[in-house]
Design a protein around this ligand. Structure first.
Ligand code: ADQ
Length: 767
């Protein structure tokens, strides 16, 4: 078993030096709350920046706690943290578009810092280790790590929301960020919404197919899964009973003097919605004056990112708001808002959770929000009311809370009034249901679920197409083809046997190719199939004279070798969606000069090879997305190929065609299947292990091996043919050699026992 390497931007501690002594203080925040228990109980290392000067003493203190610092130059670290991470990604991912200020130099620093992390991790990682990267500060790291450690097990967890792709695409480097994450075997997020948004971004912005919540890429498969973070609920429940917490609770109870307590606990961040929460409270005090003397609003705010101007402004705004409310409704000695701007020890926090009749967790956006869960876990007597923003990730788990929209100030005020007046029976009913949920999933289970899922995915992720020396596999393929008795070769045409022409009609086969196919068609025992997306007439016109099988429209039609007629492989398909899809394609035709529609029996294809490349690419992504979403309930499949978007009957595809073909032709002892685009991926996924599936060109693939161009494939095929002729030549020579003596025969049988027939012939023939 390898170790777990946790990676986050900051180490979970701050170093304090007094005299000769260096001590560690654990930082506050959701990430530390979630991962702290994992680090405490696992054989793990935690790698992150120390957030200050480093020297030997500090380094050694950290190492004692299995903490490894990543040293960063100060200015780069600032640009990475304040510039890009918290000046762009944080606001954008929380839907504060106008607060995101993109500066290319900040992004360069972001890239630089991610690379520093990759280098330190690569120095510490050993084979078998699991690397678990956390959060938005390190979104390029998975792919950087994958380059340095191709076989590593890499997970990534995003603690903040992943926004709608409409918001995400505002980011000038959005595509780079998406590519950066692909190096992970598994990406975890808190909610289904975030996973859907991420999948849509891959589909729309990179044109990646996301199937089974996974994205295939050149080096493997990257899965997206939902893991809502839990807290150590049992700990909060126990903590509340401790004498220290009870003492603090008594002291607070005296101070609040019979008033009802409404509690807010947050990092002082604009995403947490503190000013709007205070305004909603103010409106309650205006509309229902009876609460003015009966309620205390206690806002606990922990300082955060205080070097950044937005955060300094927020602090001022919150403090002004509080003094207004206190000025408006307070009496000396009885203020309606009590404000604490500091981090408090967990015993204090626990006492406040026990004190509060109502907890207001009202962020404008929040990835999850652990305060809501901590409050619920603390309320062991099932009293108390949670008022919860519908824009917190945790809202999808805590349905029994009173839900609010934080922008609806009067609505929030009314809900707060309802919370303050809720009878104990209803409180109990809601709180016990909430507690049940929060207690059932804690931080340990969360990390276990993530790590178990990660280990089930990795290992399978590294595509065979990247392994082994090219020479090695080609020689093996040739040997196997030469020895096979019933081989099968399935070839796509455009992009596989020939390059692309601007007009599909101009891509006629050249003489060399026809001669090559002719030679193949004469090989005894061999079945050759041309499986193309093209229509029947074109294939018949170009290849009809050859003694090979033809499959048109991705296998919808089959023309067996030596026959004139085409057969429709399946005829009971629902065609009714065709006109509606055609209408959508026509609208894209009008908007994309140079594009055109190809009408086939099995579906429609919109080609944009001749369009302006960038426009064509964007329109292609959009059309594919449009069709996928709008026709989700119809029996059609949308595929993005190379400069083409196709819609055809569900179930039809080259994978299905391949299986049908095998069924008709019977078992084969050698199969080569070559193709270049997404439509061929269907076939690559359908083939059995042992089949030589060959991807032509760059890009996503499930194929076993890769060649760069149609020319390389033609060379491979020509050499395969030669190898087979040599082999047959050798067998003939063998038959012509005068029979060996009885003693020789016995000797050679002993040498070659167990090896395949033709191979034995060649060995003997050479002698
Ligand atoms: P945060 O934005 O930090 O986390 P949250 O999940 O609420 O938000 O965690 C805050 C943590 O800080 C809680 O454990 C809380 O107890 C503690 N805390 C807050 N104020 C404090 C104070 N004054 N003194 C001491 N402790 C205090 C990010 C995302 C969240 C996501 C987490 C975890 O923004 O949406 O839930 O990561 O993934």
């Amino acid at each position: 078993m390898g170790r777990l390497i946790l990676v986050s931007n900051r180490l979970p501690v701050t170093l304090r030096r007094s005299g000769d002594e260096t001590t560690l203080v654990r930082s506050v925040g959701g990430l530390v709350a979630g991962l702290g228990p994992v680090h405490d109980s696992e054989d793990s290392l935690w790698i992150g920046s120390p957030g200050g000067e480093m020297d030997d003493i500090r380094r050694k203190t950290l190492e004692k706690h299995r903490l490894i610092p990543v040293p960063l130059p100060r200015e780069k670290a600032r640009r990475h943290y304040e510039g890009f991470s918290n000046g762009v990604l944080w606001p954008l991912f929380h839907y504060f578009l106008e607060s995101a200020n993109f500066d290319p130099q900040d992004f360069e620093a972001y890239r630089f810092v991610n690379q520093c992390f990759a280098d330190v991790i690569a120095n510490h990682a050993k084979p078998g280790d699991t690397i678990w990267v956390h959060d938005y500060h390190l979104m390029l790291l998975p792919s950087m790590l994958r380059q340095q450690l191709p076989n590593a097990r890499i997970g990534f967890f995003l603690h903040i929301p992943f926004p709608s792709s409409e918001v995400f695409r505002v980011l000038p480097v959005a595509e780079t960020i998406l590519e950066g994450l692909l190096g992970a075997d598994l990406i975890g997020v808190h909610t289904y919404d975030y996973s859907r948004h991420l999948g849509t971004a891959y589909r729309r912005m990179l044109g990646r197919e996301v199937d089974d919540d996974a994205i295939s890429w050149e080096g493997g498969r990257c899965h997206i899964r939902v893991f809502p973070l839990g807290i150590n609920a049992a700990h909060y429940a126990e903590l509340g009973q401790s004498p220290e917490v009870q003492r603090r609770l008594r002291s607070w109870t005296r101070r609040v003097a019979h008033r009802r307590v409404v509690l807010g606990v947050d990092r002082l961040d604009y995403s947490k919605g503190i000013p709007l929460r205070l305004e909603a409270y103010r409106r309650l005090l205006i509309s229902e004056p009876q609460w003015r003397k009966q309620v205390l609003f206690l806002q606990l705010a922990v300082p955060t990112r205080s070097g950044m101007p937005q955060y300094r402004r927020l602090r001022q705004q919150v403090e002004q708001k509080i003094s207004h409310i206190n000025g408006e409704f307070g009496d000396p000695g009885r203020m309606p808002v009590h404000y604490l701007y500091r981090s408090v020890p967990e015993q204090e926090l626990s006492a406040l959770y026990l004190l509060a009749d109502v907890a207001m967790v009202t962020p404008l956006r929040d990835g999850m929000n652990l305060v809501a869960k901590e409050y619920v876990a603390s309320r062991t007597d099932n009293t108390g009311v949670l008022v919860l923003s519908e824009f917190a990730g945790v809202a999808s788990e805590l349905g029994e809370a009173l839900s609010i929209n934080p922008w609806d100030l009067d609505g929030t005020a009314r809900t707060l009034s309802r919370a303050l007046s809720m009878d104990p029976e209803e409180q109990k009913e809601r709180m016990s249901a909430l507690r049940h949920r929060v207690l059932s999933k804690d931080a340990r289970q969360w990390s276990r679920a993530f790590l178990d899922t990660l280990s089930s995915f990795s290992g399978r992720s590294v595509s065979a197409s990247t392994s082994g020396s090219p020479r090695g596999w080609q020689a093996r393929l040739h040997r196997e083809f030469a020895a096979a008795r019933r081989p099968l070769i399935v070839l796509d045409y455009d992009g596989t046997l020939t390059g692309f022409a601007a007009e599909p009609g101009h891509a006629q086969p050249d003489t060399d190719l026809l001669v090559l196919l002719q030679k193949f068609s004469k090989v005894r025992g061999l079945e050759v199939v041309l499986l193309s997306g093209r229509d029947r007439d074109t294939l018949a016109q170009w290849f009809g004279h050859l003694n090979i099988h033809l499959m048109a429209e991705h296998g919808f039609f089959l023309r067996m070798r030596g026959k004139e007629e085409w057969n429709e492989i399946a005829s009971d398909f629902d065609h009714s969606w065709l006109p509606a899809v055609e209408e959508v394609m026509i609208s894209y035709l009008a908007r994309t000069p140079g594009s055109f529609i190809e009408r086939k029996h099995s579906g429609l294809a919109w080609h944009y090879r001749k369009a302006e490349p960038e426009l064509g690419r964007r329109q292609g992504l959009e059309l594919a997305h449009h069709l996928t979403e709008s026709f989700a309930n119809r029996p059609l499949r949308v595929l993005k190929g190379s400069c083409v978007v196709e819609a055809h009957h569900q179930g039809i595809g080259k994978g299905w065609a391949y299986r049908t073909l095998l069924h008709r032709l019977g078992k084969r002892d050698f199969v080569l299947a070559a193709g270049d685009d997404r439509t061929d991926e269907d076939m690559f996924r359908a083939v059995e292990s042992g089949v030589w599936s060959i991807k032509i060109g760059a890009g996503v693939t499930a194929a076993r091996v890769r060649l760069e161009s149609p020319e390389e494939l033609r060379t491979l095929l020509a050499l395969a043919l030669e190898a087979r002729s040599r082999n047959q030549e050798a067998s003939r020579t063998l038959t012509a050699v005068p029979g060996p003596s009885k003693a020789d025969r016995a000797k050679s049988a002993a040498v070659t026992r167990g090896s395949a027939g033709p191979r034995r012939s060649r060995t003997l023939g050479k002698r």
